[in-house]
Design a protein around this ligand. Structure first.
Ligand SMILES: [Zn+2]
Length: 363
């Protein structure tokens, strides 16, 4: 039956076009969602109807997501506090030290004000997976002192160390992730043998903590020739990779001092060690930009020193900045709860980093 055959071909051809067009609409609306596989046994009409229902479903889902993002005032182009800690000791000896009680009080405040810790590696790579309406905070610890982390004979963190306090607070506040980034040097929490040092880093990594490079010898890199900058950074990089068999993702500059060309800290090589970091952190003194915002500069990411509003900390340390972020909620990063999207009020669109434009959810 020639007539019937050609009708059949014609019908298949037209349905094919309809399905392809519906597929294009789906991809256009929701780039992060794969296309549903079509059932080959469907008749053409049923397949077309199914595709158009799916497209309508996707459009409705997009509308729901936009409404949900708007409801929590999602602003994933906003600012993120990266807090900087040094020692956590009973008797502070420098303006960088905090007591266990001060540290605990600050963490309690963060939990109460809907912050959720993420690591520096998660931050710079844009893997910010926290619930809707919450704000990311990055907790960083410099210089790997024993007051930050030590283990008892059974492998539990010793009481009053920063790690133990962070875990305690997280237990009292479900959803407050006990994670942080440790910028280590050769001091390595006071451990001297490679076995003990590896034990410390492995424990941290297994619990979701992040290890960053703070250079091995903690020399200021300001004004140094490129070759020396690379060799200082590479020595710290190698110290970590030898103990942990994993590359650090970020660097914190000793004293926050940038080298002559700021990109020397982020990318370089010395001998057979090369490094290429997702971000380089400073030591002062403002909140940091969302990694999805064009204002984010991976060569120099600001951090905030943990301290009350006294002396030069009246404006530029953690208590003051947390007050400011609370009073200026529209400037702060607020999540829409979906790590795969970058959600924000539509008028901010010109500020999205180009490589994230396919994840945008602008309401
Ligand atoms: Zn340091």
């Amino acid at each position: 039956m020639r007539w019937g055959d050609s009708m059949g071909l014609l019908r298949v051809g037209r349905v094919g076009v309809a399905v392809a067009a519906a597929g294009a609409v789906l991809v256009g609306c929701m780039p992060w969602q794969g296309e549903e596989p079509q059932d080959k046994k469907d008749t053409g009409v049923a397949a077309a109807a199914k595709a158009s229902a799916a497209a309508a479903g996707q459009a409705a889902l997009l509308k729901t997501r936009l409404a949900a993002a708007a409801k929590v005032h999602a602003n994933e182009l906003g600012q993120i506090p990266v807090l900087m800690y040094h020692r956590v000791v009973d008797k502070p000896a420098t303006q960088d030290d905090r007591t266990p009680q001060q540290f605990r009080t600050e963490l309690e405040r963060l939990a109460r004000e809907d912050y959720v810790p993420i690591t520096a590696a998660e931050y710079v790579t844009g893997r910010i997976d926290i619930p809707a309406g919450r704000h990311p905070v990055v907790l960083t610890f410099d210089d790997s002192s024993p007051s930050q982390f030590d283990l008892d004979g059974m492998g539990a963190p010793k009481p009053q160390t920063a790690v133990a306090i962070l875990q305690e607070v997280a237990q009292r506040h479900p959803g407050f992730r006990p994670v942080a980034t440790f910028y280590v040097t050769r001091d390595m929490f006071g451990k001297t043998t490679p076995e003990e040092q590896a034990q410390m880093l492995m424990w941290l990594r297994d619990k979701g903590f992040d290890i960053g490079n703070h250079t091995r010898d903690h020399q200021s890199l300001r004004g140094k020739p490129e070759k020396q900058v690379s060799s200082e950074v590479a020595a710290g990089h190698e110290l970590i990779t030898k103990l942990l068999n994993a590359n650090p993702v970020t660097l914190a500059l000793p004293y926050g001092n940038q080298p002559t060309k700021k990109e020397w800290g982020r990318k370089g090589a010395a001998g057979d060690v090369s490094y290429d970091y997702g971000g380089v952190f400073l030591a002062g003194y403002t909140p940091a930009m969302s990694p999805f915002n064009k204002k984010f500069d991976p060569d120099g990411i600001p951090r905030i020193r943990s301290m009350d509003k006294t002396g030069d900390c009246v404006k530029f340390c953690s208590t003051a900045w947390l007050d400011w972020l609370k009073a200026n909620g529209d400037e702060r990063y607020t999540s829409d709860g979906d790590a795969k999207t970058v959600a924000f009020p539509k008028f901010k669109t010109p500020f999205v980093v180009k490589r994230y434009t396919d994840r945008v959810l602008a309401y």
